[in-house]
Design a protein around this ligand. Structure first.
Ligand code: PXP
Length: 236
């Protein structure tokens, strides 16, 4: 069974809608962990549209499973990560205008820059994951820049318009996973996964971690956070 990482960014999105203290992000993390998830994931975006630096510091103090910080390679964010020291950093591309992360990192065009950041974080004892598209060249580059793990972008699989496209995307994910395992990289996957589509991903042997946010927080609005997490845990 893969470990479930729950991305709680959208608890902060709801809080920011009024700019106050509710709903409390730390309380959300506590419920998620008590329900049996294996990690808490937050994305400290450069524009701080949901999670802020204080949140990450508070989470660092209380998370007892694993705190996985999604982040860009912007120097300001890298410095914060080094100060706060999450258990894991997941490097993602970030564009100001996007609603959510739109694709994997392009390690081919920014290999040296990313390599420097990976090394810097690893020297501080932070495990480093790279969020990449399921493409061989990106898996190979992840290994060569020194990542500990990769997170395969499942967005194209999740957004596939028909079964044939979804099958094709699944094949790409399996091939990328096989290559990563051969290269001794730990493999995670995430983005766009929900209660309907997650099963096909769990059938792929060798994916050790699934990171899921929007669908769980959306379901939590109707059934509560603990039940929403429990239902996902039952599926995976
Ligand atoms: N993994 C990464 C790297 C992400 O950027 C996100 C979105 O923040 C997720 C997983 C979770 O995606 P979703 O909210 O679509 O489940």
């Amino acid at each position: 069974m893969p470990l479930l990482g729950v991305n709680i960014d959208h608890v902060a999105t709801l809080r920011q809608a009024r700019g106050g203290k509710e709903p409390d992000l730390v309380q959300a993390a506590r419920i998620v962990e008590q329900t049996g998830a294996g990690s808490i994931v937050v994305h400290l975006r450069e524009d701080r549209r949901h999670v802020n630096e204080k949140d990450v510091r508070s989470l660092k103090k209380m998370v007892f499973t694993k705190l996985n910080l999604e982040m860009s390679i912007a120097p300001e964010i890298v410095d914060l990560a080094i100060q706060i020291k999450p258990d894991q950093a997941t490097l993602v591309p970030e564009k100001r205008q996007e609603l959510t992360t739109e694709g994997g990192l392009d390690l081919v065009s920014a290999e040296q820059e990313i390599k420097r950041v990976v090394l810097k974080l690893k020297n501080e004892g932070i495990r480093v994951s790279l969020f990449i598209d399921p493409v061989n060249i990106q898996v190979e580059a992840s290994k060569s820049v020194g990542a500990d793990l990769i997170e395969l972008h499942t967005g194209n699989f999740a957004n596939a318009a028909d079964q044939a496209t979804q099958n094709h995307q699944l094949t790409d994910l399996i091939k990328a996973k096989d290559l990563a395992v051969e290269k001794k990289l730990i493999v995670a996957a995430g983005h766009g996964l929900n209660y309907q589509n997650v099963k096909r991903i769990t059938e792929i042997n060798g994916i050790e971690e699934l990171n899921i946010g929007h669908s769980i927080i959306s379901r939590a609005v109707f059934v509560g956070l603990d039940r929403a997490v429990r239902e996902m845990l039952e599926l995976i």
